[in-house]
Ligand binder design. Structure first.
Ligand SMILES: C[S@@+](CC[C@H](N)C(=O)[O-])C[C@H]1O[C@@H](n2cnc3c(N)ncnc32)[C@H](O)[C@@H]1O
Length: 230
């Protein structure tokens, strides 16, 4: 029995070591990781938003943007630059960027950060509303991802719940004509989410940036032209 336990422990240890080695090797080979380091983005995810924005023209100076699941902060860095919330360009309108994450997020000049906050909680959403005052948002983004359980359908279900929470909150904070972009992992419930979004937005489409890894089930749902609450 003892012998068996020792063997499983060794297997578990080397199993983990093997997968973390694979992760390190993949990071070393990944051109986006290298570029992120060179261009001073906090992580490679920045390129997903840069690419989506280049194609769909979502971010503009002066906008109010909410970034759900923002740690370590590369999307927020992109948002701050594009909406001019750091006021770097005095000729352009100054935007507002609000980032939220369960984890601690190092400060980003030009962004209001709600660190160590669960976006889905009523307390966090009340705090966001308080930061907004009487203003409404142009854009709500969610790159939130739950910690993987290893069970694909369970993980899919959890991320759909996160997306649903983002969509519900968006109906409260978005301007008419505003937009939502949220990440999901493909699976059986995605059409339900898509259908719910079609009721609220005139244009709904799936977006998969090149920077999103091919072997990942990750995809983004983009809803544009919020119809407003009737
Ligand atoms: C892929 S990372 C986001 C990367 C980020 N877009 C960037 O560019 O730096 C996903 C994040 O979602 C956050 N997250 C997951 N569930 C959350 C929740 N309920 N509330 C807030 N953040 C959450 C995680 O803590 C994690 O930092």
């Amino acid at each position: 029995m003892h012998h068996f336990r020792v063997l499983t422990t060794i297997k578990r240890y080397y199993g983990k070591k093997h997968s973390s080695n694979m992760w390190l090797e993949r990071q070393a080979r990944d051109p986006y990781v290298k570029r992120a380091r060179e261009e001073d983005w906090r992580c490679r995810s920045a390129f997903k938003l840069i690419e989506i924005d280049a194609k769909h023209k979502l971010l503009k100076p002066g906008q109010l943007v909410i970034d759900c699941g923002c740690a370590p902060g590369s999307w927020t860095q992109v948002i701050v630059q594009k909406i001019n919330s750091n006021g770097c360009d005095i000729k352009l309108p100054k935007g507002t960027a609000i980032g939220i994450d369960l984890q601690y997020v190092n400060p980003i000049r030009g962004a209001i950060l709600l660190s160590k906050c669960d976006f889905t909680s009523a307390k966090t959403q009340a705090e966001i509303l308080q930061k907004l005052g009487n203003k409404k948002a142009d854009l709500v983004l969610s790159d939130m991802a739950p910690a993987c359980t290893g069970d694909r359908s369970m993980d899919h279900h959890i991320i759909i719940e996160l997306c649903s929470s983002v969509i519900r909150f968006s109906t409260v904070v978005l301007k008419n004509d505003g937009a939502v972009l949220c990440k999901l992992w493909m699976g059986g419930q995605q059409t339900l989410l898509e259908d719910a979004m079609k009721k609220l937005f005139l244009n709904v489409k799936y977006v998969k940036p090149n920077a999103s890894r091919d072997d990942s089930a990750e995809i983004y749902l983009l809803g544009r032209n919020f119809k407003g609450m009737i």
